[in-house]
Design a protein around this ligand. Sequence first.
Ligand code: ADP
Ligand code: MG
Length: 318
Amino acid sequence: MSDVVTLSSLTFSYPPGRKQESPRIALNNVSFSIGQGEMFCLLGPNGSGKSTLFRLLSTLLVPPAKAVTIFGFDLKERPAEIRQTIGIVFQNSSLDKKLTVRENLLHQGHLYNLRGPALHGRIDEILARVKLLDRANDIAETLSGGMQRRVELAKGLLHHPKLLLLDEPSTGLDPGARIEFDAYLREIQAAEGVTILLTTHILAEAERADRLAILEAGHLVALGTPAALTAEIGADIVTIDAENPAELAAEIREKFGGAPAVIDAKIHVERAGGAEFIPALVGAFPGRIRSVMFSRPTLEDVFIRKTGHQFWNAEARE
Ligand code: ADP
Ligand code: MG
């Protein structure tokens, strides 16, 4: 598998500004590569550096030399060549809402010097791909949120990019529309032979990727397939809600061993055979436990293990 994107010890800081006295390090010594044809996800909480990396790869920010290559071109030295090979879908809508779907795509095509029958043919092809050919002459703002995102996707793909970059593409979509959007991405990955990099702060979305990188505060904290990352935990997760979590965690450690940790006022225990552990636990501390939850490890547990703190807000768990 040849690499499409390679990051080698990439560090990027925003320079000091009017309100910010010292440089802000947004990416800190990040290294990984993305292979041909992968659907790769960059997962991280707000402020972890996802958009910064997206802007660098989109050639909107300039990285240090030799830190990033795309299709073998150094991103700092050869942005013009790279720009021809990438398609970009921004987090915020870039559609002209008062124009029709087709008009939006025509404008995009002109930016890439596509015109005439070839452009119209490509628009039909790509709209068919995202199942919106019958809506080509509708005004963009009359489409549902999910459909508008698919028009954005069509726009990003119009010039046959070999690498498609999407920044939080499912923002504003409900969980059902999100699953549907990911299914379109999968179809496109196969049909157009495109490598996909998307960013998200939603765990369920990252679980659907081929491989992912987890970023936290500019650091790469985990890299691998979703299955390999959760398998690393090698145990079940038991989460306990109690009146005095710190006190009870210490007593659980004393009685059962292991390393119970208190995260966001809940006790987390990694335990092989978690289902058998629960009755023993409840029996050992009568009246002390408000609730117990048993689960297979998820990417959230991977994040907790790597950083020692909770993922983020409830939205991330949808
Ligand atoms: P994410 O997309 O994961 O939420 P960002 O890449 O937007 O994260 O931000 C990473 C860090 O860089 C944050 O600390 C953020 O405040 C900072 N940052 C982002 N954009 C700028 C900017 N234009 N100037 C200064 N700091 C910035
Ligand atoms: Mg962002």
